[in-house]
Every structure is written in C-alpha cells, then in structure tokens.
Ligand binder design. Structure first.
Ligand code: HEM
Length: 407
C-alpha cells in the first residue's frame, strides 16, 4: 500500500463508509437528467443526447480491435517517434489507425489562430498561477471525482502514479507552451495519443475484477466524464483566478477558454458538449462537476500518493505539509477533510494571509517593462523542473495500455 498506512486507510474507510451511506441517497444513475442545451456549445447545435451514455464511437471500436489483434506493442513503438504536431505519422501504422489519426489530428474548423496566439500571451503572464492551479486544484480535485479516481486507480497507470502524473502534467505543459498548436509544438500529438489511451481504457477496464465500479458504471470515460474532468481544469482555474481578483482582459480570458475548447475537440469530446463561452461553461460545470465530487477510498489513496511525490527530494518533511496546505487553501476544508489532509498550524494560516498580497504585488509589477518576460522565464524554469522531476529525466511517452492495474 504505497505511502499510506493501513491504519490511516482503515480510518479513511470508516469515514467513507459513513459518507457512502449519505451519498447512496443520490447514486450517479439517479442524478437529474441532462438539460444543458447544445445551443450553448461550440457546435451551436446537436442531438442533445445525455453524454453519460455517449463515449467515443470513432476511436473506441478501432482501439478495441488493435488490442484484440495484438497490434498495440507495434503501434506504441512506432508512435514513440511521433512527437511534433506537424510531423508526418510514422511508417508501419495499421491502415485503419492511420486513417483515424489523420482525421483526429486536424484542428477543428472553428479553431481561431489569433485566439490561440493570445492564449500563449496569457500563459506567459500567468504561468505561475496556472501551474499551481493545474497541479493542486485540478490535480487534487481529480481524486474526488469518483469515476476518474476509480478509473485511474484500477488502470495500469494506477500502480505507477509518478509516471502517470508526469504524462498528465505533460498535457498541462504542452497546452501552455508558446508553440502549443503550432507545427513544432506537441499539444495535438499529446491529445490524439491520449484519445487512443482513453479508448483503450474503455475496452480494458470492463474486464477488471473491480468493474463495474462502485457507482455501477459499466463503460468508463463517457463524454460526461470527459466534461467533468475538463471542468476540473480550465473552468476551475478561471473560477479561482476570478476569486483571487486577478485582472484578466476579456480577450485573454476568451483565448484561454479557446485553447481548452480546441484541446477538448482533439481529446475526442464532441463539439456539441464543448461550451462556447464561460457562462455556458459555468452553467455546465454546475450541472456536471459540482454535484459529483465525493470521496472514495481509491481517491483518498491516490491523493496521499500525489502529496507524497516530493518526498524523494526532501523526505516529505516540507513538501507534503506545504502541498497539503495548498490543497486545503485551494479546494477548501470540505475536500481537504475528505482526503484526510492534516491541518497545518503554520502553513494554513500563512497561505490564507499571504497569497492575496503575493498576487497583488505580482500583478502590480506586471505593467513594468520586462516583467512579463521575467515572469515567463521564472515560470518556465519551474514548469520544466517539475516535469523533469516527475519524469525522472526520461522522455515522456504516452502509450496505449494493454492491461489494467495488476491486482
Ligand atoms: C490517461 C488526460 C479525462 C482516466 C490520460 C493521459 C492524459 C489524460 C494526458 C495519458 C497519461 C497516461 O498514459 O498515463 C486527460 C484529460 C481529460 C481526461 C485532459 C479531460 C479533459 C479522463 C477521464 C477519466 C480518465 C474523465 C476517467 C473517468 C484516464 C485513465 C488513463 C488516462 C484511466 C490511463 C492511465 C493508464 O494508462 O493506466 N488522461 N484525461 N481521463 N486517463 Fe485521462
């Protein structure tokens, strides 16, 4: 049991049992019907089908067939060399996969290069906040999204969380890179590979002895699940930046949303579910994200592993309390308590008292000549250092799994 003592787990289990009894009153299938209109989506139109029962009809049968045909090792080996958006697909891919990937790698017709450029400028100025928020607000929130926590825990990568996180962190890094969607960038490649990974998980997890999961979900990673996780990323980040009163020009805010809309499309989320505006995103998140947050024993264990990731550097002496305090600060007492994160007598009050002034000073200095560039350099250093640590300085390669977590 990585990083979490059996006693703590039992304590967590007891608390979860009690919470489970409460939440049993509203199991996932009994949640209110889907009412978000496709008119609010980037497509502006659509069937309006409940996304809990829609997956990825193009990628799923294809990847299932690759797995059944035993072609995945060969495909993974070939795709290791495919790293840049503009690079031709490697030789040796099965024809059906190649056809799919050629389509899947295209930016949607509604992608706006101008907005994607503005999104880069936004990341240059706010990279530090984005790093903290992706890592500790979105990352830790994923452990209280029950479908995601269980899918991650019981899939292959659940047994090697540092590696798993380095791959997810790569997506956060790629979308914030200067050349994210440019031919020499990597975001398109990362998204298309991730789409294949998700399709594989939909084929593999239903064969796990732990499936259907405790919520009764038979096939994981529905379009609704994808949107839940998507909202844990840009929507949560924007909610926080707004709460911190970071002054963000409307064009920057729209551009940041746009870079994530394009990312959603490339990850296989259907256009009719991708919100067209922040208002629509917030309305959808209120329907799909906020009500599903809940502790699970798998999520509690994953959170503990995540908070312990810095231990190799400092034995956990400083990193774990600080990361825990940051999580409490960002996600609040309810979620921190679910995750059994200890209260920190020094760090909790310090963060509460100093984060606001820190932001005010940083924002106050932004208009000075050279400040955005200096921030970018500093933030870029931190982002690269974090990725390097997580990947243990090995190249990060997102690969299609062939198995679940060994049980
Ligand atoms: C894999 C990102 C939604 C479960 C991955 C990977 C990335 C990623 C980058 C590749 C990492 C790897 O190979 O280990 C995202 C993003 C999402 C999203 C950006 C939404 C916007 C979801 C959802 C679930 C999920 C909704 C489950 C409900 C998984 C699992 C893996 C995976 C189980 C495979 C891990 C393994 O190989 O064992 N995801 N994901 N993801 N994702 Fe997602």
């Amino acid at each position: 049991m990585d990083g979490l003592s059996r006693r703590n787990m039992l304590k967590a289990g007891g608390a979860l049992g009690a919470l489970g009894a409460l939440s049993a009153a509203t199991p996932a299938w009994a949640r209110p019907p889907w009412t978000w209109s496709p008119r609010g989506s980037v497509a502006g139109t659509g069937e309006g089908a409940d996304p809990r029962w829609v997956w990825d009809p193009e990628a799923d049968p294809l990847v299932a067939s690759l797995l059944d045909r035993g072609e995945v090792p060969r495909v993974n080996a070939a795709l290791r060399t495919w790293t840049k958006n503009g690079q031709p697909l490697p030789d040796g891919l099965p024809a059906d996969l190649r056809d799919f990937m050629e389509r899947a790698r295209r930016l949607p017709p509604w992608a706006d290069r101008g907005k994607l450029g503005t999104a880069v400028e936004f990341t240059e100025k706010r990279g530090l906040y984005l790093g903290v928020l992706y890592g500790l607000a979105s990352g830790m929130m994923s452990t209280v999204i029950p479908h995601e926590a269980r899918a991650v825990y019981y899939s292959k990568g659940g047994a090697a969380m540092k590696d798993r996180i380095s791959k997810t962190a790569k997506l956060g890094y790629d979308i914030g890179s200067r050349n994210a969607y440019q031919p020499d960038g990597e975001m398109v490649v990362t998204c298309v590979k991730t789409r294949l990974v998700h399709a594989a998980v939909r084929h593999l997890l239903p064969k796990s002895p732990h499936w259907p999961d405790a919520s009764g979900e038979k096939i994981p990673i529905s379009q609704a699940d994808m949107m839940v996780t998507w909202h844990s990323l840009p929507t949560t980040v924007m909610r926080k930046l707004t709460a911190w009163q970071v002054p963000i020009p409307a064009a920057d805010s729209a551009a940041f949303l746009h870079s994530w809309q394009v990312g959603a499309h490339l990850l296989g989320i259907m256009d009719e579910y991708i919100p067209a505006s922040w208002d629509q995103a917030n309305a959808q998140a209120a329907q799909v994200l906020d009500p599903v947050l809940e502790p699970t024993s798998e999520g509690v264990e994953l959170a503990d592993i995540l908070l312990g990731l810095g231990s190799a550097v400092d034995g956990g002496v400083l990193s774990k309390p600080v990361l825990g305090a940051f999580t409490r600060f960002l996600l609040g007492d309810r979620i921190a308590d679910w995750l059994r994160i200890a209260r920190e007598p020094v760090w909790d009050p310090l963060l509460r008292a100093s984060w606001g002034p820190f932001i005010a000073v940083r924002e106050g200095l932004l208009p000075f000549p050279g400040a955005p560039q200096a921030y970018w350099l500093f933030d870029e250093f931190l982002r690269r250092a974090a990725l390097l640590y997580l990947s243990e300085a090995r190249p990060i390669s997102i690969e299609i799994p062939e198995t679940n977590r060994p049980s």
